[in-house]
Design a protein around this ligand. Structure first.
Ligand code: G3P
Ligand code: CA
Length: 240
């Protein structure tokens, strides 16, 4: 069976990219936990998906315009439901401390813009906890993947794709990625995507198959992992 990748944690049962979502993912049988990293104005890596804090917190503004203290003071749970009031946007350090003792690998998406120093800081935090061997660092932005390659040549890397095209395999080779992760539609509607990446020895973990009917054709196509909001359901399905 492919890896069961919890997208932003088990993000249908707890607010995405929060410590309870990561706890829930582990409890629900995820083999990999995916989350998104950005840096605050003062250079602290925090775990949040959007460019702004507007959707998933009670604050306003772009993450890189706010200090860590300002981000850490926000409520990142109320938007999801009353039972989650008071949750915070976790720092990368808090997230890694939570997940390090757990039997899961990490899929760390670095959102652009990310400076070389920010990439160094992310890699250093993983290395400090001896997590690099359990981690794939990925980004939609080839320049960010290039920075990861330059900072940590031995780290496993992934290139996220909005659309597979004729240049993809060459770019993936240049970046030395272990994974190219296209959209689920690219894999299901374009058999050449899987064929070309498999021929290049590159693994594929499509995002974000949240329709259970998509899982069988993806497994049959040979994907290395399913990045889904429904990781508990995937665990049950995989065990059936
Ligand atoms: O890991 C793949 C997936 O997370 C990419 O999309 O927008 O959810 O970060 P997004
Ligand atoms: Ca992501």
């Amino acid at each position: 069976m492919p890896a069961r990748v919890a997208h932003r944690g088990y993000s249908t049962v707890a607010p995405e990219n929060t410590l309870p979502a990561f706890h829930a993912a582990v409890r629900a049988g995820a083999t990999v936990v995916e989350f998104d990293v950005r840096a605050t104005r003062d250079g602290v890596p925090v775990v949040i998906h959007d460019r702004t804090v507007n959707r998933t917190t009670n604050g306003r503004g772009r993450v890189w315009d706010l200090t860590y203290d300002e981000v850490a003071a926000l409520d990142a749970g109320s938007w999801f439901g009353p039972g989650f009031t008071g949750l915070r946007v976790p720092s990368l350090a808090e997230t890694l401390d939570l997940l390090a003792p757990e039997p899961v690998d990490l899929l760390v998406e670095i959102k652009p813009p990310a400076t070389l120093d920010e990439v160094k800081s992310i890699v250093a935090q993983l290395a400090e906890r001896d997590l690099l061997g359990r981690t794939v660092l990925q980004s939609f932005d080839a320049d960010v993947v290039r920075k990861v390659r330059d900072v940590a040549p031995d780290a496993r890397r992934g290139l996220l794709l909005f659309r597979f095209d004729a240049e993809t395999v060459e770019l993936a080779r240049e970046l030395g990625v272990a994974y190219c992760n296209p959209s689920v539609d690219d894999v299901l509607n374009g058999p050449e995507t899987m064929a070309a990446l498999a021929a290049a020895g590159i693994g594929v973990m499509p995002w974000t198959p949240n329709d259970i009917a998509q899982w069988r054709p993806l497994v049959d196509a040979g994907v290395a992992g399913l990045i889904t909001d429904l990781v508990g359901e995937l665990t049950g399905w995989a065990g059936a």
